[in-house]
Design a protein around this ligand. Structure first.
Ligand SMILES: NC(=O)C1=CN([C@@H]2O[C@H](COP(=O)(O)OP(=O)(O)OC[C@H]3O[C@@H](n4cnc5c(N)ncnc54)[C@H](O)[C@@H]3O)[C@@H](O)[C@H]2O)C=CC1
Ligand SMILES: N[C@@H](CC=O)C(=O)O
Ligand code: NA
Length: 930
């Protein structure tokens, strides 16, 4: 089977297939010049167009070269004879500049342009200029008024006249140039007035009249710029390009340049106006019958490209108001960068997908001579701009015009086309039935809809899927239903489905589609951002990969792929709930580490929201982490969990979102399921979700395992100590857990480590609270509830199906204090019961033992418990200090000697550090370098 590929961008140009361009290194220079002069793009075409002696066949490859050279020698000779008569200085001495309307919008801007022209050190230059900004629109609107027989067309003309008169006067002050210019302006205006009067009377304007009138904007701006350049001391002439450029209309409201006729006219014009600096009008030209016309949309760029080809220029610079072509729309992707270079084909593709690059037809004339086009910013001339030229042609690593760095980048840019709908035509009857696809697209053409992309399941031919603008889709669907009514009735087609609210995302880059790994990375970046891909199309051209995603994901998808390819950076939008001790410390750690993470580890963490129990602050770009406390206090809005979630979810510029729950709150934990479902990742030290009702825990874990969304909670047990990850490691590697035993409470560890003769129980509880070890309500620690939660979390991780109530817990809260209404009241009254604990301690001491509050998960016995126990003073549990936790894992592999993890198990720094490290683990799962 043969693969037939028509370069989509080329085909789009004129609805016809062009021959491939001769490659620079394959075709001798003399031959290229012949191609160019004869308007040919291939040897075959040249032979067909040339005189009799160039006819021949190219069948035998071995002899072909000799034959072609022999038969074409005559042609080349003719060309050389012809060019020896030419008076146009050639040989790559010309630079072409093109300045758009905004570049010459005021007299100051025209002065700026004149300076750029004078400063260009090129030996010879042609400067193509558009009308002053808004002038072309004003001229069209004036015509419309005249045609509609509105008297105010006269005022409109006066306004345009006045604008140019004032600009010229401000620009030139006085002198012959100004007098000449004003006299031309007056004469033109006088003539226009007469023409408008005729249009007014007729109530109609023909296309050639209209083209003649609207071209005046360029005539005047070119004359003004020429005068401004002369005023700066550089001699120059201005060119009315209607005298030079000859174009023929095509069927698609476009025009094709007639290079041969234009070249002849140019040679004549240049004989009459020999000059090294020429200021030429953009946009306008003449037909072969000498009737004024325009080059239609993007006309001035096209003028510059055609003149570039006619002058065989060494370069063309398109001056505009942006620094160059961006890797993505900078309004949507904050980190979009200006591209150093693009191949002509890449520029075509990007412009098709809506990027503001050169229109494809503009590049055709310059491509023929390999003339590079640079897009530069007239308001920032220090920016080098983007160079559009031929892609490196050799396999050997030599490249002809792009830098290595640029060539190395397989994916150059990303763009989207928004507000599309997908049409999916499905049915087993489509398999092997020739013509179904052509019937479908003939029907689409009949309703005049614009097919943006097509994707066919080629192996089975069971479906054809294509995207059209949302506003055209119902018409398309109705027409298809009608056309395929019978096929649908008899079941040859099963359905015609419309998927609304889609957009197309294209990744553009030469050869990227044929490079292993590029598509995988693209789809991986989308999957990790939880973006569903609805359809895929990859052109044979290998210049782009196109995917269809939901419209609501458009900007997020753009950012996801852009950051993955362009910056190889993982960006995470972070929302923090509960900026108390742990949350606040985490924010501090994030602030200190953000720059290093970004620079050295390619991880960009942006805090877009902070919510406390009363107020919250939200931001789309990233909060200033040195100011958050003040902002929360002074500018915070009322806390609202729903709004907070929506804000985090609807952030479009950062592809991945994580909510970090630093509360001890059950209501917040109750939202995790919803968040995971919406693709929001979760990191938390809050034990509530995993120690709550068993079925909810199981649902949560199930959902998380099925999706690409992550849920990390290392800090729920042993704070920053690697407890959950150690346990996971056993399970994943096939070890069998038998028993987990240890001191899981930093608070209670601290209390019993410090319960010496000199200090009372209640004093030490207060110290633990002040040190940040306790739960927000210390009764949760003393009652054993906090340890019970950790026990249940570990039990469930180990596979036990237990509820919190199944854990036997020995509480240390004195019976009478269990009814206290607040934590403060509890702390106040606790000292009354100090003697109960000191008695127990003394009894243990007498026996050479210590008190330790321990938790136990007995996996084999399917139970869990929390109790106060006595251990010999030589036991490892007796050797702890501070808030140390110690956890011993007995497993099939660690049976004789359990694996022990020990270290501080509570406190702000270590806990926040544990949460932070979960966030980085998440970033790593999302693709950050490990
Ligand atoms: N302190 C420690 O050493 C460790 C704490 N943890 C856990 O970390 C979490 C936080 O503990 P701390 O920072 O010590 O407590 P904290 O009381 O200092 O901070 C909790 C914060 O959450 C806020 N909050 C409560 N309900 C909220 C709601 N519905 N919406 C928004 N904000 C709400 C509170 O206003 C407070 O600012 C708890 O779940 C705790 O179990 C885990 C391991 C160690
Ligand atoms: N209050 C807890 C904090 C960690 O989970 C403790 O004391 O261990
Ligand atoms: Na931990």
């Amino acid at each position: 089977m043969a693969l037939v590929s028509i370069s989509s961008a080329t085909a789009r140009l004129q609805g016809q297939v062009l021959q491939p361009q001769p490659k620079a290194l394959e075709t001798p220079l003399a031959l290229q010049l012949v191609f160019a002069r004869r308007g040919c793009s291939s040897l075959q075409q040249l032979c067909r167009n040339s005189n009799g002696n160039a006819h021949g066949s190219f069948k035998k490859v071995g002899r072909t070269n000799v034959f072609i050279h022999a038969t074409l020698a005559g042609v080349i000779q003719q060309e050389e004879n012809k060019s020896s008569k030419a008076t146009l200085p050639c040989g790559e001495t010309w630079s072409i500049h093109k300045f758009g309307g905004t570049c010459v919008g005021t007299y100051e801007r025209i002065q700026n342009v004149a300076k750029i022209v004078v400063d260009d050190p090129s030996l010879r230059k042609v400067v193509v200029v558009s009308a002053m900004s808004k002038v072309t629109d004003m001229l069209y609107s004036m015509l419309e008024k005249a045609q509609s027989r509105r008297n105010d067309h006269v005022d409109a003309l006066d306004l345009i006249f006045q604008k140019h008169k004032e600009t010229a006067t401000a620009l030139l002050g006085e002198g012959d140039d100004l007098s000449k210019l004003l006299s031309n302006l007056e004469e033109d205006t006088h003539n226009l007035r007469a023409m408008l009067r005729a249009i007014y009377i007729a109530g109609h304007v023909t296309e050639s009249f209209s083209d003649f009138v609207v071209g005046h904007g360029e005539l005047w701006s070119a004359q003004m710029l020429a005068a401004a350049v002369r005023k700066r001391g550089l001699s120059c002439v201005w060119m009315d390009t209607r005298e030079v450029l000859v174009v023929n209309p095509t069927s698609l409201n476009q025009v094709d340049p007639d290079f041969e006729a234009s070249e002849n006219k140019l040679l004549k014009w240049y004989t009459d106006h020999p000059a090294d600096t020429i200021i030429a009008t953009g946009f306008i030209a003449s037909t072969s019958e000498n009737v004024p016309t325009t080059l239609k949309r993007d006309g001035s760029d096209f003028s510059a490209a055609i003149l570039g080809a006619l002058f065989r220029a060494k370069n063309v610079t398109i001056w505009t108001d942006v620094d160059g072509v961006y890797s993505a729309d900078p309004r949507k992707v904050q980190e979009a960068v200006v591209l150093e270079s693009l191949s002509y084909q890449e520029a075509w593709e990007l412009s098709y997908f809506g990027a503001n690059v050169l229109h494809p037809r503009t590049t055709i004339p310059v491509m023929k001579y390999d003339i590079p086009v640079t897009i530069r910013n007239v308001f920032n001339i220090s920016a080098p701009g983007t160079k559009i030229c031929r892609f490196p042609a050799t396999e050997s690593g030599q490249n002809d015009s792009l830098s290595f760095r640029a060539a190395d980048l397989l994916v150059k840019g990303f763009a989207t086309i928004d507000n599309l709908a997908l049409v999916n035509v499905e049915g087993t009857g489509m398999a092997g039935v020739p013509g179904t696809a052509s019937d479908i697209f003939a029907t689409v053409k009949e309703v005049g809809a614009n097919v943006v992309m097509i994707s066919q399941v080629a192996s089975s031919e069971h479906s054809v899927c294509f995207a059209v603008p949302e506003k055209e889709v119902m018409q398309v669907a109705n027409a298809l239903e009608k056309k395929f009514r019978v096929a649908l009735e008899v079941g040859r087609l099963s359905r015609i489905e419309v998927v609304h609210d889609c957009c197309v995302l294209a990744a553009v880059g030469q050869r990227m589609a044929s490079t292993p790994g590029v598509s995988a990375t693209l789809f991986g970046a989308l999957a990790k951002a939880n973006i569903n891909v609805r359809a895929i199309a990859q052109g044979c051209s290998e210049y782009n990969i196109t995917v269809v995603v939901n419209q609501e994901d458009s900007v997020r998808a753009l950012n996801a792929v852009h950051s993955r390819f362009y910056l190889s950076r993982t960006s995470l939008a972070v929302g923090i709930i509960g900026p108390g001790l742990i949350g606040g410390t985490l924010l501090e750690q994030l602030r200190e580490q953000a720059a290093t993470l970004k620079e050295d580890f390619k991880i960009d963490l942006r805090v877009l929201g902070i919510m406390g129990s009363r107020s919250m602050i939200l931001n789309n770009l990233g909060l200033d982490l040195s100011q958050w406390r003040q902002q929360l206090a002074e500018k915070g809005e009322n806390a609202d969990l729903e709004r907070f979630t929506t804000h985090m979810h609807s952030n479009h510029s950062i592809p991945n979102t994580v909510i970090v729950d630093c509360t001890a709150n059950a209501e917040v934990a109750g939202k995790y399921y919803q968040w995971l479902k919406r693709g929001i990742h979760i990191v938390t030290p809050n034990k509530r979700a995993n120690s709550g009702p068993l079925n909810r825990y199981l649902q949560l874990r199930e959902l998380q395992r099925q999706s690409y969304t992550h849920y990390f909670y290392e800090a729920t047990v042993g704070a920053g100590l690697p407890i959950i990850s150690t346990l996971r490691g056993f399970l994943e590697t096939g070890d069998k857990i038998q028993r987990i035993e240890g001191i899981f409470s930093g608070t209670l560890s601290y209390i019993f480590n410090n319960l010496s003769e000199g200090k009372t129980f209640s004093q030490i509880v207060s110290e633990a609270k002040a040190a940040g070890y306790t739960e927000p309500d210390p009764r949760d620690d003393l009652s054993g509830l906090d340890v019970a939660r950790k026990v249940i979390i570990l039990a469930r991780e180990s596979g036990l199906r237990l509820e919190l109530d199944d854990i036997r817990v020995q509480s240390l809260v004195p019976e009478p204090l269990q009814a206290c209404s607040s934590a403060d009241e509890f702390m106040e009254k606790l000292s009354d019961y100090d003697h109960e604990i000191s008695t127990k301690r003394d009894e243990a001491n007498l026996a050479g033992e210590v008190l330790r509050y321990v938790g136990l998960v007995d996996v084999l016995g399917n139970t869990g418990s929390v109790e106060l126990r006595r251990y010999p003073s030589t036991h490892p549990f007796a050797q702890l200090s501070g808030s140390d936790n110690i956890i011993s894992f007995t497993t099939a592999r660690y049976q004789k000697q359990p694996l022990i993890v020990r270290g501080p198990g509570a406190g702000a720094d270590v806990t926040a550090g544990g949460v932070f490290s979960d966030m980085l683990r998440l970033a790593s799962y999302l693709g950050a370098p490990s």
